[in-house]
Design a protein around this ligand. Structure first.
Ligand SMILES: [Zn+2]
Length: 202
């Protein structure tokens, strides 16, 4: 692969992307626990991702943080790093690594469908692509979120004396479901689990 190896380690700058273990230099695509881990010496990420890491793991979850804005290239040695919105959760990024003659894109988790709880996915041209493959098989055909929300609202109407519990991952999915419910006109109180509250308060 040249610039990067199978562990997403970039030897020329001694940095990993979304490392599994604590390392000296970590470049983090987004705040989900399987990508953003604690104990790194230096973290480079979007400000949203840094904030989310601090909310979930505490201010001292890494030695130092450097934030990077979307679309603003950062040169590290001979490599140019540019972050682009991945449409996955708030602050999520695809990372473009450019050399003089090649463009390598590491997608991180991404979602191309609209989601107003985070920055919209942007298509990035590249020569080489390292993509996440969650739900990548054709067998996964997600229904339209708006239609699913309609089903939930219909169920609420039918059984208005009952309490509904909707399970959703605390970071990302919860905010998306809440936003979809509000966008569909649902204005009743929604009660949250503590882990969801911390993120929703942000
Ligand atoms: Zn994720």
């Amino acid at each position: 692969m040249g610039i990067i190896n199978h562990k997403l380690y970039i030897e020329t700058i001694n940095a990993y992307i979304d490392p599994m273990m604590a390392v000296e230099n970590a470049i983090i695509t987004h705040g989900h626990a399987d990508h953003a881990r604690i104990g790194h010496q230096n973290v480079l990420a979007t400000q949203n991702t840094i904030d989310i890491m601090k909310i979930r793991y505490g201010d001292k979850c890494a030695g130092s943080f450097q934030s990077i804005e979307y679309h603003k290239p950062l040169k590290i040695n001979n490599l140019n790093f540019t972050f682009f919105p991945a449409g996955h959760i708030l602050g999520s990024a695809q990372i473009l690594i450019e050399t003089k003659n090649s463009r390598l894109l590491i997608t991180g988790d991404y979602k191309t469908s609209p989601d107003s709880s985070c920055q919209s996915y942007e298509l990035v041209e590249c020569d080489q692509l390292i993509t996440e493959a969650t739900f990548g098989l054709p067998v996964f055909q997600h229904p339209k979120p708006e239609n699913e929300i309609k089903k939930i609202l219909k169920a609420f109407e039918k059984n208005d004396t009952k309490t509904y519990i909707i399970g959703a991952y605390a970071l990302g999915k919860s905010q998306r479901v809440i936003k979809l419910l509000r966008d569909a006109g649902y204005d009743e109180t929604i009660y949250l689990h503590g882990s969801q509250l911390k993120i929703c308060d942000y």
